[in-house]
Design a protein around this ligand. Structure first.
Ligand SMILES: [Zn+2]
Ligand SMILES: [Zn+2]
Length: 351
């Protein structure tokens, strides 16, 4: 369901693209593009030979943006909860509902729930979302909503009725097989989620890379790994949990503060409040408008790495140790419980 905000063209145009074009125009106009290009190339080469750190390049670009006053305006793009907008999204949801596009309708009702300030507005959007789920024959947990949002008693019977009807429909529906992936070859003893035939190699041409010592039949699963960090794509917002990415039919709960994040359970909400979302929450709506998914994922990855350590100094010294000892993901015994620091060290060497 691409293009909820931008017609048929997919995701909306991000402000960072515009700023990049402006910067290029300024550099060409001031005839400084060659100098900037040469400076950045030199820094990159020095970084490759460990003469300088990446932070030099970052500082350089930071100063350029400062010099030409090109920093994005975060305040302008920050969205606050707002009942008027909540109503607008609910109406958009009603439009989709009337067109029998129930997934789109649920996304808009969820957005309406996220923006709502008053309980009345939350309740109406919840009721409408329940109607869309009902049309999709998805079972409801009406009682949860009463506790969480103070759903009005006058509407309770309607929700209970829908819940009962959905349960009957589900009971009669054919059972769906759930695919559980498994490694299709003997697994590495110390790395149980990796086929044993895979080995880590390093050479000048490919850098660090993985090879196989046996032929692998097409379609065989050779590695199963939990991602170190994950992020919801823009196109899936208001349809999946921000933390675990659980899909419909979860009844998503809104973040109490921002207008972007939704959670499939109190557990995910709690995780978010002490994890990456604690930092992202005030800037999440602006980040979505300014940067594309790749940039947002980079930020998330940096935050997850920082949060895995008690402080930046511990993180830096852990990374220095890895470099010094030349450790890599194949050096660890993955059957053991690992501390966040150890997990992060290993992650660094997968990448
Ligand atoms: Zn979740
Ligand atoms: Zn939030």
């Amino acid at each position: 369901m691409a293009g909820r905000d931008s017609g048929d063209s997919g995701e909306p145009e991000r402000e960072s693209h515009e700023l990049y074009s402006k910067l290029c125009q300024i550099l060409v106009g001031t005839r400084t593009e060659d100098k900037v290009f040469t400076d950045l190339r030199e820094m990159r080469e020095n970084e490759k030979s460990w003469k300088t750190s990446h932070s030099k390049q970052i500082d350089y670009v930071f100063k350029l943006l400062q010099q030409y006053n090109l920093f994005p305006d975060f305040a302008k793009h920050t969205e606050e909860k707002n009942d008027r907008k909540s109503e607008k999204f609910r109406q958009k949801g009603n439009f989709f509902f009337n067109s029998e596009s129930y997934v789109e309708a649920i996304a808009e009702y969820n957005r309406s729930i996220c923006y709502a300030v008053t309980k009345e507005n939350i309740s109406i959007a919840l009721g409408n979302r329940s109607a869309a789920f009902y049309r999709m024959k998805i079972v409801l947990r009406a009682s949860d909503w009463h506790e969480n949002f103070g759903y009005p008693d006058r509407l309770k019977d309607k929700l209970d009725e829908r819940e009962a009807a959905c349960k009957i429909a589900l009971k009669n529906a054919p059972k769906q097989e759930v695919f559980v992936p498994k490694i299709g070859m003997p697994a590495n003893e110390m790395i149980p989620f990796l086929a044993n035939c895979l080995k880590l190699r390093e050479n000048e041409y490919f850098g660090r890379h993985v090879v196989t010592e046996e032929d692998i039949p097409a379609g065989t699963i050779i590695a199963l790994e939990e991602p170190f960090c994950k992020m919801l794509l823009y196109s899936e917002e208001y349809l999946r949990c921000t933390v675990c990415l659980a899909d419909l039919p979860h009844l998503l709960l809104p973040c109490d503060t921002c207008t972007q994040a939704m959670f499939c359970s109190e557990e995910c909400k709690e995780k978010a409040s002490v994890g990456f979302h604690a930092i992202e929450c005030p800037i999440t709506s602006a980040m979505t408008k300014i940067f594309d998914d790749n940039v947002r994922l980079s930020l998330r990855m940096v935050l997850c790495a920082f949060l895995a350590f008690p402080d930046a100094e511990t993180m830096a010294s852990a990374l220095e140790t890895i470099n010094r000892e030349k450790k890599n993901a194949f050096s660890f015994d993955w059957r053991q419980e690992l501390s966040p620091e150890e997990l992060s060290r290993q992650f660094t060497h997968w990448s």
